[in-house]
Design a protein around this ligand. Structure first.
Ligand SMILES: Nc1ncnc2c1ncn2[C@@H]1O[C@H](COP(=O)(O)OP(=O)(O)O)[C@@H](O)[C@H]1O
Ligand SMILES: [Mg+2]
Length: 260
């Protein structure tokens, strides 16, 4: 199989602690792939490794046949990878529109001089970027707040602004770390709809970390389960849900919580 994203035997440790232990992940083009597992399982570490933020100790990561173990953010944008973070990462002083426009910074092709002197090519590019940002803002129902400071909006809306910033450059691969954490059931349903729409409109391949098992079941094509840095299962949502190893990992967690 020729996977769009192929993570092969990636290991990653912090001091003595093992975050990832020879993890494999294979995601087909256009797939929505959920990564689930108890807290501390290594889910964010896996996303950070894929997005080039962490360099694996060993193993390889390929995106559309470009092999790398660590790429600078700019190069990653050129590969067509965008991400959101588990904790909100919005600039306090920027409006929603400027925040979304920031997602296009790496796409600027007109030279600095052209931009400063307002040459036609730069003006055209600025107009195109603005139009693209406005379109994404509209598609995520953010038009009403486009001029508000992003950092002052309700939490669920900020999560949507982050998604807009990630989507504006039409990424080929979108990595979402708990895009629905802290949301109400209604907000989660809306967010699921926006994520599905992104796949349809741009053919984007999506890897997301999510805790709500109902959301995972209804949104994802395939699921990978991590526990203590190891992949313990991978398959369709139904396969994974019925897997004894997965049940054990989650039951163990329930017992731990009861004991605590
Ligand atoms: N930057 C870091 N420095 C030190 N330890 C880290 C760092 N990031 C993650 N870890 C450790 O790696 C393990 C996996 O963490 P993480 O990937 O955040 O799990 P998850 O996202 O599944 O909750 C945990 O034991 C965590 O403490
Ligand atoms: Mg995490």
């Amino acid at each position: 199989m020729n996977a769009f994203l192929a993570v092969d035997a990636v290991s990653l440790g912090f001091g003595g602690a093992v975050a990832l232990d020879s993890v494999d992940l294979s995601v087909a083009k256009g797939e929505i792939h959920a990564v689930i597992g108890p807290n501390g399982a290594g889910k964010s570490s896996l996303l950070n490794a894929i997005s080039g933020l962490y360099r694996p100790d060993s193993g390889t990561i390929r995106i559309a046949d470009d092999g790398f173990s660590r790429v600078p953010t700019k190069r990653l944008a050129e590969l067509g990878v965008a991400r959101t973070f588990q904790n909100l990462a919005l600039f306090k002083g920027l409006s929603v529109l400027d925040t979304v426009m920031a997602g296009l910074v790496h796409r600027q092709s007109a030279g600095l001089a052209a931009q400063i002197f307002g040459l036609p090519a730069a003006r055209r590019e600025a107009r195109e970027h603005r139009e693209r940002a406005e379109a994404v803002i509209a598609s995520l129902d953010l038009a009403d707040v486009r001029d508000r400071l992003a950092g002052t909006l309700p939490y669920g809306v900020q999560k949507r602004v982050e998604l807009a910033r990630a989507l504006v450059a039409r990424p080929r691969l979108l990595l979402l770390d708990e895009p629905m954490a802290g949301m109400t059931a209604t907000e989660k349903q809306r967010m699921s709809g926006y994520i599905r729409a992104a796949r349809v409109s741009s053919g984007t391949t999506i890897v997301l970390i999510e805790h709500d098992i109902g959301v995972v079941m209804s949104l994802s094509d395939r699921v990978t389960v991590l526990d203590h840095g190891r992949r313990i299962a991978s398959g369709t949502p139904a396969e994974v849900q019925a897997d004894p190893a997965v049940l054990a990992a989650y039951l163990g967690l329930a017992f731990d919580e009861e004991a605590a």
